[in-house]
Design a protein around this ligand. Structure first.
Ligand code: SAM
Length: 243
């Protein structure tokens, strides 16, 4: 059954507008009587029936609320530094399936791509669309937010309430597994560098801000591989992957 995220709070009657309404009417050619799974801003989930259409809206009736919490027990923010080409699309899509709650694209010193203001907004909108589609496909019960691109300094200031897992290619001592063993935190952030990795100065900035520098093992992974491997490992150790 098709799933959609309603920007509001579920009620007996709900009106869907904008891109979702257009998709239902003109792409899915939905009909009265058809049912949808609707997730609201608070993560409430319900089966709803299409009861009518207007010029640019679809009218729904609540059929049944149900508990379908598919959100992990830990809050994970994935922070990939900007990658070339479509690699960020892949990271965003897979991060949503793996249970990341938010995605924070970071611009660091060695990022090859540099976006102007317009392009930054366009990229963030593109990745949010990819995240929304992935969330519908995998049955998330909360919308995954892709934030606007920020630089490393701004990112570090925002991460005070998180345990920051800093995946650093030059870390030789602390394995990710060991760094998690004794932790019972509820909010984690995972920082992954760009193709060119982190500068020494950036590594010092991150650890000075409380980042836990960890190795993902003896091989140097591509950034997109490292992002998904670290997220999957953290979800396996502390979340609901495999449970
Ligand atoms: N240019 C770097 C080099 O040659 O050493 C490699 C950077 S790697 C392609 C991109 C990012 O993936 C790194 O900045 C790091 O965040 C992560 N990464 C890759 N392999 C890793 C490993 N074995 N341990 C920790 N992080 C790793």
């Amino acid at each position: 059954m098709r799933r959609l995220f309603y920007r509001g709070i579920l009620a007996d009657r709900v009106v869907i507008e904008g891109a979702d309404a257009h998709h239902l009417m003109h792409v899915m050619r939905a009909r009265c009587g058809q049912e949808l799974v609707v997730v609201d801003d608070e993560g409430s989930v319900a089966r709803m029936e299409i009861v009518g259409f207007s010029a640019d809206a679809v009218h729904l009736r609540l059929v049944e609320r149900f508990d379908a919490d598919t959100e992990p027990p830990v809050h994970i923010a994935l922070a990939p530094c900007l990658l070339k080409g479509e690699k960020m699309d892949l990271v965003v899509q897979k991060a949503v399936e793996l249970g990341a709650m938010e995605i924070l694209p970071v611009e660091s010193a060695n990022c090859v791509v540099r976006y102007d203001v317009k392009k930054r907004e366009a990229r963030a909108a593109r990745w949010q669309k990819i995240a929304d589609e992935a969330a519908k496909q995998c049955g998330r019960s909360a919308r995954v937010i892709v934030h606007s691109i920020r630089d490393l300094r701004a990112f570090l200031q925002e991460m005070q309430a998180h345990t920051l897992i800093f995946c650093y290619e030059n870390e030789q001592q602390m394995p990710l597994k060991e760094s998690l063993r004794t932790r019972e935190d509820s909010r984690y952030a995972i920082l992954i560098g760009p193709e060119g990795g982190f500068s020494l100065d950036e590594a010092e900035q991150v650890t000075a801000a409380g980042g836990v520098s960890v190795t993902l093992g003896p091989r140097i992974l591509r950034a997109e591989t490292a992002a998904l491997a670290a997220l999957a490992a953290l979800q396996y150790e502390k979340g609901d992957l495999g449970s």
